[in-house]
Write a protein of this length. Structure first.
Length: 149
């Protein structure tokens, strides 16, 4: 499986969920280890759980050393508390995260990628960004007190 194949699968997961995630964006996530998909997920109905959470739960220990393909930058903090997606990815021991689009939300906005990099995870922005961008064209993050991401 190529990087592009995995990201296209993540984009397809997100496209199928657009309009069902409340104020949160629809985010697709695919986890690949040794060329095999070991977990995938998408933001749940109403915006929870996040796509990365679903994919990590499905991958379990197989996420260690894997590459994660996600359509939007993993969040750096949660409005409702608990571990953010970037913290979960670090804890899972993933080796690389390729994300298509930056997240303008105050709950990500570069901080998710910086957390990954600080932990030694390779974080790469822009894989098929032009293909994923229409998913987030109308996404307008709420203010910190309003956002659910």
């Amino acid at each position: 499986m190529t990087d592009e194949d995995a990201m296209r699968r993540a984009i397809a997961l997100a496209e199928a969920q657009v309009g069902r995630t409340g104020e949160n964006p629809a985010v697709g996530c695919v986890i690949v280890r040794d060329g095999v998909v070991v977990g995938e997920g998408v933001t749940g109905e109403g915006g929870r759980p996040h796509g990365e959470e679903v994919a990590l739960d499905r991958a379990g220990e197989r996420a260690r050393g894997a590459t994660v393909y996600v359509t939007l930058e993993p969040c750096a903090k949660r409005s409702a508390g608990g571990l953010s997606c970037s913290e979960r990815l670090v804890a899972a021991g993933v080796a690389r995260v390729a994300y298509a689009c930056p997240d303008p939300s105050v709950f990500a906005a570069g901080d998710g990628a910086r957390r990954l990099q600080a932990a030694g995870v390779i974080a790469h922005l822009g894989l098929l960004g032009a293909e994923a961008a229409p998913l987030y064209a109308s996404y307008r993050p709420a203010k910190p007190t309003e956002s659910r991401r």
